[in-house]
Ligand binder design. Structure first.
Ligand SMILES: Cc1ncc(COP(=O)(O)O)c(C=O)c1O
Length: 451
């Protein structure tokens, strides 16, 4: 049993460092201690219950009470709690899961899975296998990676190197050599001063072509992007953007990696972000919702054409020198199988689209009332953001503490929302009801009123 409340409060953030936070700040302002979760709600140590507008961390898509996933985990722990799938052994669950994922991702043209322990590992896997792909084909010079500014790809050295936000880079430089970034299709702020999404998409695509010409296509292994940028502040590109990237990649022999750690399994209202935009990537990175956040797990899905190059190799160059102790963990695989079945049966993509539209309209209504909201982003399922500003005319950033004040007041009023820089991000469970969406909006308005 956990220790008593006084013990927990006295030791909160004292002997652990929290990710994405300053240790001293956490000690000064200790984090909320969450002790329970049911449906789409969480309860803290003081018994305060709120709708979780964050959905864990964009991962608890089916909420906190998904019994089939819990049962699958418990049963698998009893049957076989671990066995490795490194060369020579495998387990029954992972075979079954690979078949289920092949069917799920067939419309995306992806038929092979490489299993990982999470999103950062999936990104690392895709980056490494894309270099290997070119080496197998005799193009060993293709080693560079291109990506978007504002993109988020986790914090491993590879992922942080293609990451497009200084917060995750500066303190850890130097990064991996050979990684280059192009402007994101972020209409609210961009170097072209272009607010029209279609025209901005074209300008960003031109910047991509320009960078490829400058670097030399024959030096580039892959381009990695999120179909909708998430942690960078929820930036949905114009529908022409990702297909445009795909066409440029194809023309130049560059692999396309879709980082769908957030967007896979229905969050955008489509079953994958690539499908939302009608794109067929070479690699598709997943994690998070693949197990509903209940077990650390991920999978990189691999396109048929890429698989063929590896599987038909006779030189030995396609031997994979990559993998994790927990790749294909049977408990994770059992969780993922149950999760996939539940995800499809509940048609959470359809609900994400409907609830996302309601939240988007609600946020736009808030923008009409509160000057502090500079930009509202969403429109594609349950990933939305408010960008707060000090002054709408100049778009000056708000006081650093202001988004936190909105969050604290919203929490007191009944919803957990997430602060990321000047942004308030919403990514609730995909099983959210219309009433629960309304609770989030009402609490957020209380937060905005309080500042
Ligand atoms: C698009 C994207 N890629 C990669 C990651 C890293 O995943 P993890 O934190 O599981 O390593 C994240 C995490 O939020 C993400 O949003």
């Amino acid at each position: 049993m956990p220790k008593d409340d006084n013990f927990l409060k006295a030791n909160n953030a004292r002997h652990l460092w929290h990710p994405m936070a300053h240790p001293a700040e956490m000690q000064k302002t200790p984090p909320t201690i969450v002790t329970g979760g049911a449906g789409v709600r969480i309860t803290d140590i003081d018994g305060h219950q709120v709708v979780d507008g964050v959905g864990g961390l964009w991962n608890v898509n089916l909420g906190y009470s998904c019994q089939p996933v819990k049962d699958a985990i418990a049963a698998q722990l009893d049957r076989l709690p671990y066995y490795s799938i490194f060369r020579g052994t495998t387990n029954d669950c992972v075979i079954e899961l690979a078949e289920a994922l092949k069917d799920f991702f067939a419309p995306d043209g992806l038929s092979r899975a490489f299993f990982t322990s999470g999103g950062g590992d999936s990104v690392e896997t895709a980056l490494r296998l894309s270099r290997q792909y070119h080496k197998i084909r005799g193009e060993a010079g293709r080693v560079k990676f291109l990506s978007l500014k504002k993109g988020y790809h986790g914090t491993h050295f590879g992922g942080a190197s293609v990451n497009g936000n200084a917060n995750f880079r500066s303190a850890y430089e130097p990064m991996l050599p050979g990684c280059f970034h192009i402007p994101a299709p972020y209409t609210y702020r961009n170097p072209f001063n272009e607010s029209d999404p279609a025209r901005l998409a074209q300008l960003c695509l031109q910047a991509l072509e320009d960078e490829i010409a400058f670097q030399g296509a024959g030096t580039i292994a892959a381009f990695i992007m999120e179909p909708i940028l998430g942690a960078g502040g929820v930036i949905p590109p114009h529908p022409s953007f990702m297909p445009g990237v795909e066409a440029i990649c194809r023309k130049n022999g560059i692999l396309l990696i879709a980082d769908e750690v957030i967007t896979a399994f229905g969050r955008t209202g489509a079953w994958s972000g690539s499908r939302l935009w009608g794109v067929k990537p070479d690699f598709l990175c997943t994690a998070k919702a693949i197990t509903n956040g209940y077990f650390p797990f991920g999978a990189v899905m691999i396109a048929d054409a890429v698989a063929e190059v590896f599987e038909q190799d006779t030189t030995g160059r396609a031997a994979i020198g990559h993998g994790y102790t927990y790749s294909g963990h049977p408990v994770g695989a059992a969780a993922a199988l149950a999760c996939l079945a539940e995800t499809l049966q509940l048609n959470v993509a359809g609900n994400a689209a409907a609830r996302g539209a309601e939240l988007f309209a609600g946020l736009q209504a808030l923008q009409a009332k509160y000057e502090v909201i500079g930009d509202v982003r969403g429109g594609h399922g349950l990933m939305l953001a408010l960008e707060l500003v000090n002054d709408r005319a100049t778009k000056a950033a708000p006081d650093k503490a202001l988004p936190g004040r909105v969050q604290a007041a919203a929490y007191a009023a009944g919803a957990m929302v997430r602060v990321s820089g000047p942004n308030i991000i919403l990514s609730p469970a995909l099983i959210l009801t219309a009433d629960e969406a309304q609770v989030i909006l009402t609490a957020l308005e209380a937060g905005l009123r309080a500042i």
